[in-house]
Design a protein around this ligand. Structure first.
Ligand SMILES: [Fe+2]
Length: 564
């Protein structure tokens, strides 16, 4: 306790920052009342009748609340660097981020995780990491790194690491697979994040009995309630693609259940969507719209999240607590007019923070064995055979399984009714290439390629002919990762993502524009408007989602869990 904070609390010294005349949302008592908030150093010194401050913020007609906490997100999926991503979150009042650097870990392992922490260390945000538990996600693909329990030992005590990230290997937990149990044991004194879609009954009890404390996969109120009853905190997810808030909050409101063990998260939310509406601010607004008491919605966004993750003195406005404080216009818009992090105005702090740039090895992550155009020759599909076809379903990441006669492949490619899809191993130049057929992607003539490819982030290229596929793959090797389009043997457009082949070093404004531009060009080349050309492609190599996928090891049946 510093002398200064005590003097301010006693009213004997001016506050460093005084927020006057606002209505304070007290998430500890569930009340909202008029009070002045005195900040000294990085703490709240007192809440009450304080009148003197070196800097005074007039909050007349406004609300004063704790900074928001996003309890589960993947920063790399925004394709922005951590500093650009954090600036977007801060703009809307998120002062604490709990991240799972699962994407960069699949490319660069522990070194990638350390980069995410280093790049955010000086930013005005509490940036925490949940150590990725499933790298690689499955044994049916090759990632850049393998994080087994032994490799994760050095993460346990790393500053900023709160616990273990989403444990997706539910069968591994339930069957007592040694490496999975070792990871749970390694992090047993920290927070274990779950990932157990639709898990219920005794299997859920067994999963929870391993100490797993959170889940962000609930899609219905019934599912959420069962998990809450089992002691698992529900992180209500509202991202760009996965939107679970309505169902869960409606149920919670209808039943009037205790919301103490509920918080909000985004999982994956696009940068442009964050820029437009924020993340947790949007969740709070939606929840209030659905009839949740404003104080309860704000508790979910602040103190509940802090308590679920064991973050002390964070998430409330009271003496001695961290001065992460928002002044918002009203409880309808929840637009943050002032954001303070540890007692500092984040705008001033951001202006004075220099960027931490990725090490050269993270910028040179694409290592592909010598490639030839022949690898994409449609003649490899024998005329007398029948081949499985991955069929894209609009608006969904699950795919359908179709088929085609080998003799029809070349004609269908020429007519723009079919694409070839190749997944090229790009981490260790092993020369592995899985190749399959794709319907519904829409390209009429040309190829699209990306090094963002869940979860192993190999190089995916889809196209109607060998030349354009070869050109697109070569282009991504040249720029060391990104998105590209090729047509008639030439590159149409490229968005480089040089950091691990996942993130752009451009600023957020530029990145949002470039993402729109290259998607629009893909639409012009035939990709249907209701499909996001690159996000759709990036899920084609994820072998855990039905029905058919392709990895660097071949075409994979995700229902039977075997290669075709
Ligand atoms: Fe996630």
């Amino acid at each position: 306790m510093s002398e200064h904070i005590r003097a301010v609390a006693l009213g004997e010294a001016p506050a460093d920052i005084l927020i006057k005349n606002g209505k304070v949302v007290n998430v500890l008592t569930g009340e909202i009342y008029f009070a002045n908030v005195a900040i000294a150093d990085d703490k709240i010194a007192g809440v009450g009748d304080y009148q003197v401050g070196k800097k005074v913020i007039d909050a007349t007609g406004k609300y004063v609340l704790p900074g928001f906490i996003n309890t589960h997100c993947h920063v790399e999926s925004s394709m922005a660097t951590p500093d650009s991503y954090c600036a977007e979150e801060l703009r809307w009042g998120v002062t604490t981020l709990i991240t799972d650097p699962h994407e960069i870990a699949n490319v660069a392992g522990v070194e990638g995780i350390k980069f995410m922490l280093a790049a955010t260390r000086d930013l005005p945000i509490n940036y925490y990491v949940q150590a990725p538990s499933c790298v690689p996600a499955t044994p049916f693909e090759h990632a850049g790194c393998v994080l087994d329990a032994k490799a994760m030992t050095e993460l346990v005590d790393l500053e900023g690491v709160l616990g273990l990230g989403e444990m997706m290997n539910v069968p591994g937990v339930l069957n007592g697979v040694p490496d999975v149990l070792d990871k749970l044991e390694l992090f047993k004194n920290k927070i274990l994040d779950g990932h157990a879609p639709l898990l219920g009954g005794k299997a859920l009890q067994a999963y929870a009995s391993h100490g797993i404390e959170t889940d962000h996969e609930c899609i219905s109120w019934e599912e959420a309630k069962e998990k809450l009853r089992a002691g698992i905190a529900v992180l209500v997810r509202e991202g760009s693609a996965s939107r679970n808030l309505n169902a869960i909050i409606q149920g919670a409101v209808a039943e009037g259940i205790d919301t103490r063990r509920m918080a909000f998260c985004t999982d994956d939310k696009h940068l442009a969507d964050i820029r437009r509406e924020g993340t947790i601010r949007y969740c709070v607004r939606q929840a209030i719209d659905l009839g949740l008491e404003p104080v309860k919605a704000i508790q979910m966004a602040t103190i509940n999240a802090a308590q679920i993750f064991g973050l002390r003195k964070l998430g409330a406005i009271a003496p001695g607590w961290k001065a992460d404080v928002l002044v918002v216009d009203n409880l309808f818009n929840l637009r943050a007019e002032h954001v303070f992090y540890k007692g500092e105005d984040i705008q001033e702090k951001l202006a004075n923070t220099s960027r931490i740039i990725a090490e050269a090895n993270l910028s040179g992550s694409v290592h592909v064995a010598p490639l030839s155009e022949a690898a994409f020759d449609p003649a490899q599909f024998a005329e007398d055979k029948v081949y499985p076809v991955i069929e894209i379903l609009s608006g969904q990441i699950v795919t359908e399984r179709g088929s085609i006669q080998g003799k029809d492949v070349v004609r269908s490619l020429k007519e723009g009714k079919l694409c070839m899809i190749a997944v090229i191993e790009r981490h260790h130049a092993t020369g592995n290439i899985g190749i399959g057929l794709l319907r519904g992607y829409g390209l009429k003539n040309g190829a699209a390629a990306t090094t963002v490819a869940h979860d192993s982030h190999n190089l995916i290229v889809a196209g109607t002919n060998a030349t354009d596929m070869f050109v697109a793959a070569q282009e991504l090797i040249r720029v060391q990762g990104g998105y590209t389009l090729a047509k008639d043997g030439a590159v149409v457009d490229t968005l480089p993502l040089p950091i691990c082949g996942l993130m752009s070093d451009a600023n957020a404004d530029e990145l949002i524009v470039r993402l729109d531009e290259i998607s629009a060009k893909a639409w012009e080349m035939g990709v249907p408007r209701d499909i996001d050309a690159y996000i759709t492609l990036s899920f084609m190599a994820l072998p855990v989602i039905p029905k058919l996928r392709v990895t660097d090891m071949g075409v994979f049946d995700a229902e039977k869990f075997e290669f075709v």
